[in-house]
Design a protein around this ligand. Sequence first.
Ligand code: SF4
Length: 437
Amino acid sequence: MSGIFGIYSDRSCIEDLIWGTSYLQHRGQKYCGWAVLSDGKMNYQSHAGKLREKFNFRDAERFSGNVGIGVVSSGDRQPVSELSKFGEFFLAVDGNVMTAKELKEDLLLQGHSFSGYYDPSYIPDNVLIGKILATHELLDGIKKLNEMINGDYSFVILTNEGIVATRGWGRKPLILGKSEGRYVVASESCSFPNLGIEIERDVNPGETILIDKSGFSTLQQLQIEHIQYGTFEWVYTANASSIIDGISVELFRNRVGAKLAERYPVEADVVSEIPNSGIGYAIGYANQSQIPHGRIFVKYDYADRSFTQGTKREQEMEAKRKLIPLSSIIRDKRVIITDDSIVRGTQTQQSHVPRLKERGAKEVHARIGCPLLMDKCGYGKATKKKEEILAVKMGFTSDDQVARHLGLNSIGFTKPEDLAEASEKPIETLCLSCWGL
Ligand code: SF4
């Protein structure tokens, strides 16, 4: 998974580029990179680690230029570069190619080589996408990608003419914004407010946009038979301040929380959340049920998102380390906790429920912002291994089994139709495959 950003500006873009990309850091912390066009020459850097730790603003003059792209990634090093029929370009991708092995073999048969520093047994998806694009004229290459790729993507390309931004089937968000003299594209709109950028609109599934000194122009709109919006973006991935395909992420979570209160009422003293992505659900639940909302955990600010940590042990330790329980509030209370999802059970199972009970909680009820996860995501989210998913690993078929296993008094999962209602989208346009639907 990645966060991608691009800017065309009437002044030096480097500060906006770095800050704008850094607001997407929650989408990946393994690599970061940027490329800037200056006087017809492209300069770039990429590093392992987080963007703000790697970019030194004192060096900003080395990257002067008024057009650039930036990326943060949890997978592969980015951006990648290619020489092509339409000139040199740099590419940053948020996406996943499910048939990467077959695609690599096809490209080798067509005479392409993958030389350089890459491990030949593992060619990253962004390199494959770059190769396909480089083989054709730009728009033909994008059309070809759409035909050849099983997976999904959004990407930005830095060319000599400006930035080209493309969205695949809809699972990967991409949004346009502008202010006087600045035209911007980003994975999420949370990059915009603090830069003084206003939302223009989402890039449509199948659409390719050119961003240059004239602003935004649609170069191509492919017919997408089966639009699939990335439901998990609203559920968990996206920053609460983002607006994705017209729907505020925070409002989505509030609506789902309210629906959970209607579907699964229970007498309790406090509604709280597993911070941060559980907060919006807790507010919605509390408002609907009239049960007070309060904190029972304080998030330790220097902990990372647990899914981005390496080993399972590291993920469990990080999940535990990041929340400090408020014992004096928990004692003798009937507690409702909200969370975005149950994937491996890392958050609720390994530590939090037992910790609440140890601190004197009389009852602990969980309300979850999506259905029970049943499958891995094939489209580039962190859940790559089906056998790691709690319900799959344990063979659970009922909510009661999950509640017993996690030591909860009760559990309630959001229904798919409630996700559709909260997102104001027809259910058939929502990607629901990680729920086995
Ligand atoms: S399978 Fe789930 S996580 Fe993956 S793109 Fe679809 S909704 Fe998102």
